[in-house]
Design a protein around this ligand. Sequence first.
Ligand SMILES: *Cc1c(COP(=O)(O)O)cnc(C)c1O
Length: 371
Amino acid sequence: MKINVTRSSIPPLAEYIDDIRELWDTRWLTNMGIKHKTLETMLKEHLGVNSLSLTSSGHLALEICLQAFELKGEVITTPFTFASTTHAIVRMGLTPIFCDIDHETYVIDANKIESMITEHTCAILPVHVYGNMCDVEKIADIAERYNLKVIYDAAHAFGVKYKGKGVGTFGDASMFSFHATKVFNTIEGGAVCSSDPEIITRIAMLKNFGITKQDTVGYIGTNAKMNEFCAAMGICNLRHINEEIAKRKFIFHAYSTRLSDVIGLSIPSIQPHTVPNYAYYPIIINEREFGIDRDELAAALAEKNIFVRKYFYPLTNSFGCYKDLYSAEDTPVAHNISQRVLALPIYADLTEGDVDRVCDAIIAARKQRFL
Ligand SMILES: *Cc1c(COP(=O)(O)O)cnc(C)c1O
């Protein structure tokens, strides 16, 4: 039996059918219908944020968020992220400036931000990688002193809390992704939340072609509206989110129990003052002690029908489309981690037996080298 790195959470079929039944009567399939409104309300409550706008994807949420703040110039970010983060900056006519990451949490190294600020810097776009919280306090302090916007890529961090506050309450705005592979999904989808309702109002217009009111188009917007079927999937999935995260938590700890004393592996830890969402289980391979490198381990697992993910590899600053402008050598910690990290399978339905199979295969791959 194949074990994939992830498997989407879905509600019981009957529950979803019940939820979409009224769409057959109303024929209101998209454009801020009842499901869209309901999900926005539910998510504001769940995430503990004042204002939020749903979008058709996390990526478009990020693009229109950058547009809404009318930014120009340089944005300090990291290359240890999904293609979306860097692409959104560039596609909105801004220049990414790559800061290195912290070697334990893989988020932006807040101590290195200040030295990268120039007269052209307009914003900081950090990523809560694997659901790990960025140093929101230090980043807020820097942003205030230099008058910069802070927009978080919280695609990994749905439901995470820090010191009792929802992850989406930090910075000027946060983007969430509700892609099928994320902790909470709407099939495809995303959202922006902000403490500034005016920004959210503007985003609501930008996602609908910039139409400000009937017969008035105030912005050069795009089409990033979430449709009713995706919103209904979100409503159903949100009803089950606490159980889903509890199951992930069990899997997370089952891995840690089995892998904590394997020499040559670093396992993830829980940050202080944080309620995590157990979105990912990244391990770091120390080749000298483990005997084989990350790529060899991934290949050994694939032979046993276990599919892990080199996440994040390659760094965005070494993508073909950016390689003439940037280099992975500019961010040595991120470069090093991206060559040694492996995200293990984790999802709500993964069984304890599956965890054992993955761990047995990892331990066997190491043993074989030291035979
Ligand atoms: C998934 C993801 C995105 C993009 O979200 P989509 O909903 O797939 O468009 C952006 N940033 C990070 C870090 C992600 O993991």
